[in-house]
Write a protein that binds this ligand. Sequence first.
Ligand SMILES: Cc1cc2nc3c(=O)[nH]c(=O)nc-3n(C[C@H](O)[C@H](O)[C@H](O)COP(=O)(O)OP(=O)(O)OC[C@H]3O[C@@H](n4cnc5c(N)ncnc54)[C@H](O)[C@@H]3O)c2cc1C
Ligand code: FES
Ligand code: FES
Length: 475
Amino acid sequence: MSVQFLLDGDLVEIADVDPTATLLDHLRYRMCRTGTKEGCAEGDCGACTVLVGDLDGDAIVWRAVNACILFLPMLDGRALLTVESLAPAGALNPLQACMAANGSSQCGFCTPGFVMSLYGRCVGASGHDLPVADVLAGNLCRCTGYGPILAAANSTGPLERDDTATAVALKALRERPAASGQHGDRRWFAPRSGADLADLLADHPDARMVAGATDVGLWVTKGLRSIDTLIFLGEVTELQTIEESPAGVRLGAGVRYADAHAAFARLHPDLGELIRRIGGLQVRNAGTVGGNIANGSPIGDGPPAFIALGAELTLCSRDGRRTMALEDYFLDYGKQDRRPWEFVESLWIPRPDPQAIIHIAKLSRRFDSDISAVCGAFHLAVADGIVTGARVAFGGLAATPRRAPMCEAALTGQPFTLATVEKAADALRADYAPLSDVRGSAAYRLDAAANLLLRLWHREQGQAVSVLGLEAVHG
Ligand SMILES: Cc1cc2nc3c(=O)[nH]c(=O)nc-3n(C[C@H](O)[C@H](O)[C@H](O)COP(=O)(O)OP(=O)(O)OC[C@H]3O[C@@H](n4cnc5c(N)ncnc54)[C@H](O)[C@@H]3O)c2cc1C
Ligand code: FES
Ligand code: FES
C-alpha cells in the first residue's frame, strides 16, 4: 500500500515505502526540496523543521516537527508544508522578508528551520501561544546569534492561511482503510483502533511500536539499526484521548506532550513547567506520554513526577487490560513489566489535593532542550504540622525512575520542620547509588537531589528560590 499525504494541498503518493526512510531524506533526495536541511539528524537542531497538519474537525492543526526523525509512513493521511511552500512563486513571504531585513541569517543553514518554526507561530500552529523563545528552543543557530532572529519574530504578526481546500482533500484521503505495507522483508502497519493494534501485536510480538519516533528515529539515524516490523501508533484513536475530571486526568499513551501540556499544568504548575522543558517544541509536538514511559529511560522526565503524583499505568492486549502503579512498571535497566504483545494504553494521574506540597525539579546542563541530569518530584501531605504522607521519586539516580523509600520514611509521621527535612535529605543519599556520567558525577547528583528537598522547604517558607525550582545547572 502506498503512503499518501498532501504537500501544499496536492496529493503525493509514495509506493513501496521503506518504513524507516525519513521524511527529510525523501524531501531532499527524492523530491529535490532541498530547502529543508540536515544539521544533526537527531532531532536537536531544528534545521529540518517542517509543518505537519492534522484534521481537527473541519480545520487543520499544524505542528512544527523535525523531518529528520519522522518516518514516511507517519505522514500517511496528513498534510505537509516545507519552507518551499512559503514562497511558491519565489517572492519572500512577510516573515522571510523580515528575517532578511533584520540580518537574521548568515550561512543560512539554520534559517529554513527558524522560518518554519516562526511561520507555525504566525499561523496559529500548536504551541503558537508560547513565548517566542520557547517556540525557538528547538532551533539552533551557530552564526547569527538569536537577537536578529527574535527581532524578526517580534516584528512579524499573524499571517493568514486558507486551508479550506486542504481540509476537504484531507478528509477524503482519510476515508481510505488503515495503511500498511511491505518493503523487501520489512513490514509496517498503521492500525486505527486498540483492538486492531492488539491483534497485530498478538500476531507480531517482535514488532517495534513507534509513536512519535523521537527515540526510535535516533536508533535508525544514529544507531543505524534495522527494524523488521513496525507498528505505527499515531492513528490509534483510543490512544489519543485526554479525559480531565475533578478526580484526575487520563491520558492516552499516544497523546503528544505539546497537546498534554495544558492538562498537566492544571494538575500542578510545576508539572506544566516540567513538560514545557521536554525537548524543544518540535520534540513535544511528536513525542508522546506513552513513549516517554514505555522506553524505560532512567532519565525520562515524565515518570518521576507521575510516580510522585501516584499515577497508574494501563496496559492492553488481546487478553485484556492490566493496571499497575507506575513505579511497578520499571523493573530494571531496559526491563519493564510489559509482555511483548501488550501496549501501553493510558496513564491515570489523580488530581492532587490542593493543600498538598508538590515540588518538581529538572536539573540539566542546558536550560532548553536538554535531557535531565537529575529530575526529582516530591509530593507531601501535611496535616496539623505533621507529614502524613510522602511520595518522593527521582530520575537520573538509578537504573530506572524510582521512589526514595528511606527519604519517605524519614518524612512520614514527623513534624514538617527544617530538622525533619534535613534528616530526610540525608536519608535520600542512602536511597540511591547513582552513576557518574557526562551529565553529572555521582556526588553531584546526590548533592543536587538532597538540595532539592531543602529547596522545597525554603519555597514553602516563602523564601525566594528560582522560579518553580526549574533551572539549568553547570557542573
Ligand atoms: C532532541 C530531543 C530532546 C529530548 N528531550 C527530552 C527531554 O527533555 N526529556 C525527556 O524525558 N525526553 C526527551 N527526549 C526523548 C523523547 O522525546 C521522549 O522520551 C518521548 O516522550 C518519546 O516518545 P515517542 O512517542 O517519540 O516514543 P517513540 O520513539 O515512538 O518510542 C519510544 C519507545 O517506546 C515504545 N512505545 C511507544 N509507545 C508505546 C506504547 N503505547 N506502548 C508500548 N510501547 C510504546 C517504542 O516501541 C519505543 O521502544 C528527547 C528526544 C530528542 C530527540
Ligand atoms: S537535522 Fe537537526 S533536528 Fe533534524
Ligand atoms: S545562520 Fe548559520 S547556522 Fe544560523
